[in-house]
Design a binder for this molecule. Structure first.
Ligand code: COA
Ligand code: AMP
Length: 626
């Protein structure tokens, strides 16, 4: 392990030198003279005296350096039957005009803009347009319900919302305007304007506060990039925590640009001019980092795909995109592969396409089960690389660094800590566990550039939820172990966060919804194993005494309630009624025991249980469905 261990060791021994060197790949309006600011530890800041603009780095500089005619973005949308390409010059023009139009609405540095757009190029344009004038964007995923959108509006307090009239799902058109209206009906904060991109599938009827995207952008004066302090926020992205209130993960400007630029070469082995495709959604961190920012920061060509892995039109949808655009590497979630495998187990569709340019498949977002790994590796014949990270970290914590030193793949492992990340496995007392010992995965502070500096407007919550369990460490919320060779195996969450088809969801917020039903006395939601989605939520409710309700009716009402309060993305379809929940004598619900039973494990009866007899009834319901 020559090149990797040299790089890794240097990143920890001399982070100042390591990251100042990496910072040279970014264009600054004021070069940083220092990398890390520790003056307010444990809240760290990167490149405290640097100044730059991310949109300039993602667009203008490539045009100035002769890449103006290179394709920057390919929008491939089987759901609308469209393929549209933007060169760097064209994308710069669109972004600069959008930024100018935003500025015309009085949006300035530090103002927030909520972006509620599906997988259309305008999402990329809006994000980079905000970055251009220093507005802080917050993209909201289309699969959430109005209440979730409202929670984000209330916290971010946007001056403007930029939306589409609809998103297009395989089985239905999702009208966004009613969702926005419902969200704004429950928030005290109101934006000045809502900009709508009208889509043929369901145009919106524009009201007084609304503006049509084209009327807004066409003919607007282009805006110049505004120099930003490296420590200024670039965006806020909300993610699920253990409670119902989403956490506003803040991304800074300078550290993000440096880390993402570095990651494209070091981890993915992708350089300027390469065609790169991330099949995720711009509403998630994977979409932010690897559809939009990283590939454009390095001058690559990024594919933006509006469709599903299967059924658009068939199980060959992904292979068609790779072949059509000469994709060198694809990054997606394992669940997408499982969806393809389910429909086309022998990968017959694969044989119809020329994939000679395709070199690597990268997977993240959820655990890559060895079976899916083996299938993908066997069928594609390329390296299949698992890597592990989260919204908060912004880029990979642990990976097989293809551009530094490709390593042997061990199925089930995301390989080694990436340079910059000091990964430790701790027991509940904070002692480090030896090889093979499973414990909490913690990251020794300071975290590298690109990671969250704090939560939006809430340093205290950041300190409490991430930095207080083990002093001097960031708590990832995942558990895992390292083997004798140092390979990291991430096994699952230690908190009440579940991962459904690569989407991160809070069981706590689902429980709050179930508990709001008048018939429910108490409830629990657990994540149970699912062949396709990895995990799906399962609700277990106890009825109030004396309630007389038909169980099927109750189930349907509860499923509908979660869909309307959290959104279809929760994929909440299963709920069972039981007489009692397993609890400790102090009244704590034994969720781990319930999860074990639901997953078919021979779960030991916890010594702390108040009433062990409820377990048999629970087993009958969870395992046999009776
Ligand atoms: N807007 C509105 N609704 C959405 C949505 C969006 N952007 N994305 C998903 N939904 C809806 C779906 O239509 C579905 O609704 P339904 O209950 O009416 O059918 C529901 O949310 C659940 O969606 P999902 O869990 O994605 O299931 P699916 O059956 O539609 O698709 C996969 C399953 C595996 C094909 C899909 O999850 C997928 O492509 N995953 C790729 C991985 C990924 O993008 N991960 C993100 C992080 S890397
Ligand atoms: P998100 O913040 O939505 O990206 O979700 C991050 C969480 O997804 C992590 O904390 C893990 O629980 C899980 N996750 C992401 N990638 C992996 C991976 N490669 N292996 C195991 N779990 C993963």
């Amino acid at each position: 392990m020559g090149a990797y261990s040299d790089s890794y060791q240097r990143s920890l021994d001399d982070p100042e030198g390591f990251w100042l060197e990496a910072a040279r790949a970014v264009d600054w309006t004021r070069e940083p003279t220092r990398a890390l600011d520790t003056s307010n530890a444990p809240l760290y800041r990167w490149f405290p005296d640097g100044e730059l603009n991310t949109s300039y780095n993602a667009l203008d500089r490539h045009v100035e350096n002769g890449r103006g005619d290179q394709v920057a973005l390919i929008w491939d949308s089987p759901v609308t039957g469209t393929i549209r390409r933007y060169t760097y010059s064209e994308l710069l023009d669109e972004v600069a005009r959008f930024a100018g139009a935003l500025a015309g609405l009085g949006v300035t540095k530090g103002d927030r803009v909520i972006i509620y757009l599906p997988m259309v190029p305008e999402a990329v344009i809006a994000m980079l347009g905000c970055a251009r004038i220093g507005a802080v964007h917050s993209v909201v995923f289309g699969g959430f319900a109005p209440k979730e959108l409202a929670a984000r509006i209330s916290d971010a307090q946007p001056k403007v919302i930029v939306a589409a009239s609809c998103g297009i799902e395989p089985t239905r058109v999702v009208e966004y305007q009613p969702i926005i209206q419902a969200a704004l009906a429950i928030t005290a904060h109101q934006p000045d304007k809502v900009v709508f991109l009208q889509r043929d599938a369901a145009p919106a009827e524009l009201g007084e506060r609304d503006i049509d995207w084209h009327a807004f952008v066409d003919g607007a004066e282009p805006a110049a990039p505004v120099p930003m302090a490296a420590t200024d926020p670039l965006y806020v992205l909300y993610t699920s925590g253990t409670t119902g209130k989403p956490k506003g993960v803040v991304r800074d400007t300078g550290g993000h640009a440096v880390a993402l630029t570095w990651s494209m070469g070091a981890i993915y082995d992708i350089g300027p001019g390469d065609v790169w495709w991330t099949a995720s959604d711009v509403g998630w961190v994977v979409g932010h980092s690897y559809i939009v920012y990283a590939p454009l920061l390095i001058g690559a060509t990024s594919v933006l795909y509006e469709g599903k892995p299967v059924g658009t039109p068939d199980a060959g949808a992904f292979w068609r995109v790779i072949a059509d655009h000469g994709v060198k590497a694809l990054f997606t979630a394992p669940t997408a592969l499982r969806a393809i495998k389910k429909l086309d187990p022998d990968a017959l569709e694969l044989k119809k396409y020329d994939l000679t340019k395709f070199l690597t498949l990268f997977l993240a977002g959820e655990r890559l089960d060895p079976e899916t790994y083996r299938w993908a590796h066997e069928k594609l014949g390329t390296p299949v690389i698992d890597h592990w990270w989260q919204t908060e970290t912004g880029w990979a914590i642990s990976a097989n660094p293809r551009g530094i030193e490709p390593m042997q793949v061990k199925p089930g492992s995301s390989t080694m800590p990436v340079p910059g990340w000091d990964v430790r496995i701790l027991d509940p007392d904070g002692a480090e566990l030896p090889a093979g010992g499973e414990g909490a995965i913690a990251l020794k502070l300071p975290l590298p550039p690109g990671s969250l500096p704090t939560l939006w407007g809430d340093d205290r919550r950041y300190l409490k939820e991430y930095l207080s369990t083990y002093v001097g460490y960031y708590l990832t919320g995942d558990s895992g172990y390292r083997d004798e060779d140092g390979y990291l195996f991430v096994m699952g969450r230690t908190d009440d966060v579940i991962n459904v088809a690569g989407h991160r969801l809070s069981t706590g917020s689902m429980e709050a919804v179930l508990a709001s039903h008048p018939a429910v006395a108490e409830c629990a939601v657990i994540g149970v194993k699912d062949q396709l989605k990895g995990q799906v939520p399962r609700g277990i409710v106890v009825l109030k005494a004396g309630v007389d309700i038909d169980e099927d009716t109750l189930r349907a009402e509860l499923v509908a309630l979660v869909r309307s309060d959290i959104g279809p993305v929760a994929a909440f379809r299963d709920v069972s009624v039981v007489d009692g929940l397993p609890k400790t004598r102090s009244g704590k619900i034994l969720r781990k025991t319930m999860r074990g039973i639901a997953d078919g494990r021979d779960e030991p009866v916890p010594s702390t249980i108040e009433d062990a007899s409820v377990l048999d009834a629970l087993r009958a319901v969870l395992v046999t469905g009776n």
